[in-house]
Design a protein around this ligand. Structure first.
Ligand SMILES: [Ca+2]
Ligand SMILES: [Ca+2]
Length: 333
């Protein structure tokens, strides 16, 4: 470093006392020698002052540098501490996440195992169904064969039955014709029988030894009285008339007797009634009506409280009517 200073004379000198040569000390004299001393002293003082200043500056700078370093350290420590804490938090969070992921993985593993088990079961079911389908096809083929055989047999049976039906139709037609012939023969025979029966009746009448009283007619071994033409009476009055004649209303027990009774009278009271017990028909001699064969179709129907019986020539059958009805009557003894 060079120091420039100005002397009292205003001249500029060098900053070193050593630079003062002996020539210069003689030139300027005593006075000049004292000045140099003062200058040197001042220079020394200035040097000290300069040194102190430099030391102060250096110390100040050192402290500033130290302070800055301390501040940097503090900032660095703070930053590192903060980073460490942040990383620690992240590490903890990662641990938690890892734990959760582990649990989820365990759940997924369990679900996977269950799904794999189900898959195996389904595969077994598929295998079983495939086997069943194969068996069903075999059974279906077998059934088809059986059905074909059944259809074949049924077709044969149907054709056979058709033939039998046709044959039966033919036989039925023949039998119908034969039946018609037989019916015709039967009718002819019945007509012949009736004629013979009439002849027998006539012969019986002709050989009767006990003739009936005047006004009475004989049939077989009985005598019959018939009310005069155009005269009618109630059932009870008719029966009373018969009783007065020593007889009672006619009791018809055979078809021949009925034919005889109705041959000249259209509707005639007969001695049959159910007054005592509805539906229980009795003859006037107290005997029960043993057969229903002589009733007209749908009779007796007891319509309007019909408790007495009549016989008509047109129907040749019995019918129940109210006892107050007025009819002809026939007596028998
Ligand atoms: Ca009745
Ligand atoms: Ca009736």
């Amino acid at each position: 470093m060079s120091v420039t200073f100005r002397s009292k004379s205003g001249e500029v000198g060098e900053d070193s006392l050593n630079l003062m040569t002996s020539d210069n000390r003689q030139k300027y004299g005593w006075r000049s020698h004292i000045s140099v001393w003062w200058i040197g002293t001042a220079a020394v003082c200035l040097g000290f002052l300069l040194l102190i200043s430099i030391l102060g500056v250096v110390t100040h700078n050192s402290r500033a540098i130290g302070d800055r370093q301390d501040s940097m350290y503090e900032n660095l420590i703070y930053s590192l501490t903060k980073d460490r804490d942040t990383l620690s938090d992240e590490r903890d969070q990662l641990k938690i996440n890892s734990g959760n992921l582990t649990k989820e993985m365990e759940v997924l593993q369990s679900q996977y195992n269950a799904m794999a088990e189900n898959r195996d079961k389904l595969q077994q079911e598929v295998n079983r169904l495939n086997l069943s389908r194969t068996n069903c096809r075999a059974i279906g083929d077998h059934l088809d064969l059986k059905c074909e055989n059944l259809i074949y047999n049924l077709t044969i049976d149907r054709d056979t039955l058709r033939d039998e039906r046709d044959q039966l139709k033919i036989n039925s037609g023949n039998l119908t014709k034969e039946m018609e012939v037989l019916q015709s023969q039967y009718n002819a025979m019945a007509e012949s029988r009736d004629k013979l029966q009439q002849e027998v009746n006539r012969l019986n009448l002709s050989r009767t030894d006990q003739p009936c009283h005047k006004g009475w007619e004989s049939f077989r071994d009985k005598c019959y009285y018939f009310s005069p033409t155009g005269v009618s009476n109630t059932w009870e009055s008719s029966r009373n008339d018969c009783k007065e004649r020593g007889a009672d209303l006619v009791i018809i027990t055979t078809k021949e007797e009925m034919d005889f009774v109705v041959r000249t009278i259209e509707r005639t009271w007969i001695g049959l009634f159910d007054k005592e017990q509805e539906g229980k028909w009795k003859w006037v001699d107290g005997t029960d009506l043993l057969s229903d064969e002589f009733w007209q179709k749908g009779e007796p129907n007891n319509r309007d409280n019909e408790d007495c019986a009549e016989v008509s020539r047109s129907a040749m059958k019995f019918n129940d009517v109210p006892c107050t009805t007025r009819f002809s009557w026939a007596c028998e003894k």
